[in-house]
Design a protein around this ligand. Structure first.
Ligand SMILES: [Ca+2]
Ligand SMILES: [Ca+2]
Length: 325
């Protein structure tokens, strides 16, 4: 047995030398057992999404990427949308935020390389805030309010989200029996306490001919409402023949949420309930908003609002207004 062991040892040594000095015998490359490296490019972690949820994944592998699978899941892990891709990027898709309920969503990717190695899921979470319309009416105006003089009319609306939102549009309803040819502007005001205050921005003067029963939507605003902040939106008239704003007499609005000021341009606001012709009717004013997303969070420092006039006996509520332009 000792002689046999020695013999085997020599054989083993020879084999070892032969394998190790194989300049003319190329080594077999190591087998690739590593799965592809998957990275979620969009959304960025905790990205605030208010319009489009961009789902974008990349994958890399030494042996080559064979295929990529992208999955969008809600907070319960239920798949909202998925798509399989081949070897060539881009790997991803885009979903409109207004098609999704408010919530947190995971964008996940996994990939398989050319040798069949499959990666685990790589995910990034986005916070999706669908655009929403702030309103206090049922969408059907039944009457019009005629105060008898050009007037500002505004509703005070609250941003329901815990993130800043940008005003997308303001919608007004001009009553069917309104006078013709009455110029007006659509205006956004700051809110001090619960009262409309300084103008933030407004449209140019609108010369409106034949507006009977018209719903008008104005876009192009840039005001950002802070998280849970307040905004006053409405109409400022400048003509001798005031427009009659459509009112919803079937809805009782929250008290002191609608205001008017006369003459137009005045900061002397009164609640609509205090108007002889007003009562508890609801002006047809609606404001659509969307979350500002990542680009807006880079707007720092914020431009301060213009100083508000002194309002005695009314506590001032901090209002961090942002202007984009
Ligand atoms: Ca690999
Ligand atoms: Ca109504």
């Amino acid at each position: 047995m000792p002689r046999l062991r020695a013999h085997l040892g020599v054989v083993a040594l020879c084999c070892s030398v032969a394998a190790g000095c194989g300049d003319d015998n190329p080594q077999t490359p190591p087998v690739d057992t590593a799965p592809p490296q998957v990275t979620v490019l969009r959304p960025t972690p905790e990205e605030i999404v208010g319009s489009l949820l961009v789902c974008d994944v990349t994958a890399a592998d030494a042996a080559g990427v064979d295929s990529v699978y992208v999955s969008l899941q809600d907070s319960l892990g239920v798949e909202v949308r998925s798509q399989a891709f081949g070897a060539m990027p881009p790997f991803g898709f885009t979903v409109a935020a207004d098609l999704l309920p408010l919530g947190r969503y995971s964008v996940c990717g996994r990939a398989i390389d050319d040798l069949g190695n499959r990666s685990t899921w790589t995910c990034a979470v986005a916070r999706v805030y669908p655009p929403v319309t702030l309103r206090r009416d049922d969408g059907e105006a039944e009457d019009g309010l005629f105060i008898g003089t050009p007037v500002q009319t505004a509703g005070v609306f609250e941003n329901p989200y815990d993130v800043p939102v940008m005003v997308q549009s303001v919608e007004l309803y001009i009553w069917g029996g309104s006078a013709i040819d009455a110029p007006f502007r659509v205006v956004l005001w700051n809110v001090i306490g619960d009262t409309p205050a300084d103008e933030l921005e407004g449209t140019a003067l609108r010369l409106f001919r034949g507006p009977f029963g018209a719903r008008i939507t104005y876009e192009g605003f840039h005001t950002i409402i802070p998280a849970h902040g307040h905004l006053a939106a409405g109409m400022q008239q400048t003509a001798n023949l005031p427009l009659i704003l459509g009112y919803d007499i079937g809805t009782v609005p929250p008290a002191r949420t609608y205001w008017f000021a006369t003459p137009a341009g005045s900061n002397d606001w009164f609640t609509l309930e205090s108007s002889p012709a007003g009562g508890l009717e609801t002006p047809f004013i609606r404001v659509s908003i969307r979350a500002t997303g990542q680009s807006a969070t880079q707007l720092a420092p914020a431009a301060p609002a213009r100083p508000a006039p002194a309002v005695p006996a009314r506590p001032r509520v901090a209002s961090e207004w942002h202007r984009v332009h």
